[in-house]
Design a binder for this molecule. Structure first.
Ligand code: UD1
Ligand code: MG
Length: 432
């Protein structure tokens, strides 16, 4: 682990993404592509350098929220564009160096192990594709790997080559020091291609070892269609991991679980569930088409079709259909139907009737609703926050609670006496 440096190239524009956002910041399973690569790299190396240029402040700021020990180096992309230019200002600690592209969010530490412990000056990665378009083609002769020709520079014959450069290399440090200064930009894109290092090293009879790798770990994301394809593979990995840990999933391919979500004990996720952020679920039942964002759910049943928004903590509780909860702590509560509970605390034995709404926002500020134990809130009640409902309170259906407190043991009722007009129906519509 301590003999390897890793350099991740993340300076490119990613113009094929057709996006205002730098390519490496596009997200897979809720985290930027570059995050996934750094996370796996850290399992193999204590010397990680990320090369940045395009939107470099945003890229650095984003990565600093996750990692505090990554080195950022700026590429002089105006004068030295291209993957070869990206390595010009890089210096690394160790004698062996792994270069990764920042647009390969599916690499894993295990999948990179094949590059280590081999005796060659350069190890380069190849995959064999039915449709090689877009990738650099690897020209191989009876002497071995000769050179790499980029898609835009390839002749019609070269374009038919199906061995492509996957874009990952292990170099002896000396290779970079010798050959990066020799790379020129005489090519279709007027860029400094790192891939030219192969022809240069070959000329000097350096040893170049090709490594056949699988696309599932090393596909490059260049377009939004590629991003969606990579997302599918990442989701499958995340779901399989948690199913192996004992989480039950119905129609797993319809369930979306972000990186950072954790489970404990045995839970069931029905089809169409979406779990995001740092959500934690312990022994709970999340029913069909519910969305849970950055919340903790313990011993509870949620949904179907419920929306739990960030910073909620829900324990021993039943949340039913069409209930939205935001930034609320619910302990031993039942809210079965059609409610909004925002900035709310509610305690054991409390029942929230259908259509109860906490009015937590006055157009300027948000306010809290505190609900005690064993409170029965009738249907269609509005709780105008800030408000406190003490223990053992009964609120009649249709009440607008517009005072700041309802005292322990009371009934709150806000209702006009019902007026009945005899035979009005017949006078209005006539006899039928
Ligand atoms: C590159 C390879 C190609 C290979 C493919 C595999 C080159 C010249 N071509 O092509 O042979 O088949 O990857 O996916 O290397 N970057 C910089 N600075 C730059 C340009 C790019 O840091 O000036 C970074 C990008 O942010 C990206 C990575 O390098 O993370 C690869 O760049 P990209 O433009 O995607 O290269 P490809 O055309 O895919
Ligand atoms: Mg690419």
């Amino acid at each position: 682990m301590n003999n390897l440096s890793i350099v991740i190239l993340a300076a490119g524009k990613g113009s094929r993404m057709k996006s205002a956002k730098a390519k490496v910041l596009h997200e897979i399973s809720g985290k930027p592509m570059l995050y996934h690569i750094i996370k796996e790299s850290k399992k193999l190396s204590n010397d990680i350098t990320v090369v940045v240029a395009h939107q470099k402040e945003r890229v650095i700021e984003s990565m600093k929220t996750y990692f505090d020990d990554v080195i950022f180096v700026a590429q002089d992309a105006d004068n030295f564009p291209g993957t070869g230019g990206a390595l010009k200002n890089v210096s690394v600690k160790h004698d062996l160096l792994l270069v990764l592209n920042g647009d390969m969010p599916l690499i894993t530490a295990e999948s990179l192990e094949g590059f280590l412990g081999k005796d060659a000056d350069i190890i380069m990665s190849i995959f064999d594709l039915q449709d090689p378009s877009g990738y650099g083609r690897v020209v191989i002769s009876e002497h071995g790997v000769e050179r790499i020709v980029e898609d835009k520079d390839a002749s019609d014959i070269e374009k038919k080559i199906t061995h492509v450069n996957a874009g990952i290399y292990a170099f002896k440090k000396e290779m970079l020091e010798t050959y990066i200064p020799q790379i020129d930009n005489n090519n279709a894109q007027a860029e400094y291609y790192l891939t030219d290092i192969i022809a240069l090293a070959n000329r000097d009879k350096r040893s170049i070892m090709p490594l056949l790798i699988d696309e599932e770990h090393f596909m490059g994301v260049n377009s939004k269609a590629d991003l969606a394809a990579a997302e599918e593979i990442m989701q499958q990995r995340i779901r399989n991991f948690w199913m192996r840990q004992g989480v039950n999933m119905q129609l797993p391919q319809s369930i979306y679980i972000e990186e950072g979500v954790t489970f404990e004990g045995e839970s069931l996720l029905e089809n169409g569930v979406r779990l995001t952020g740092n959500t934690h679920i312990a022994t709970s039942n999340i029913k069909a088409h519910s969305v849970i964002e950055a919340s903790v759910i313990v011993n509870s049943s949620i949904g179907p079709l419920a929306h739990i928004r960030p910073e909620s903590k829900i324990t021993d509780t039943h949340i039913g259909n069409f209930v939205e909860v935001k930034k609320s702590t619910l302990n031993g509560v039942k809210a079965g139907h059609l409610s909004y509970l925002g900035d709310t605390v509610a305690n054991e034995g409390t029942n929230i009737g259908a259509g109860v709404i906490t009015c937590n926002y006055d157009g300027k500020k948000k306010y809290q609703t505190i609900i005690g134990k064993n409170v029965f809130i009738g249907s269609d009640t509005q709780l105008v926050a800030p408000v406190e409902i003490e223990d053992d309170v009964l609120i009649a259906a249709g009440t607008t609670v517009s005072c700041s407190k309802i005292e322990k043991g009371s009934l709150a009722i806000d209702r006009n006496p019902i007026r009945k007009v005899e035979n009005f129906f017949y006078k209005f519509f006539g006899t039928r």
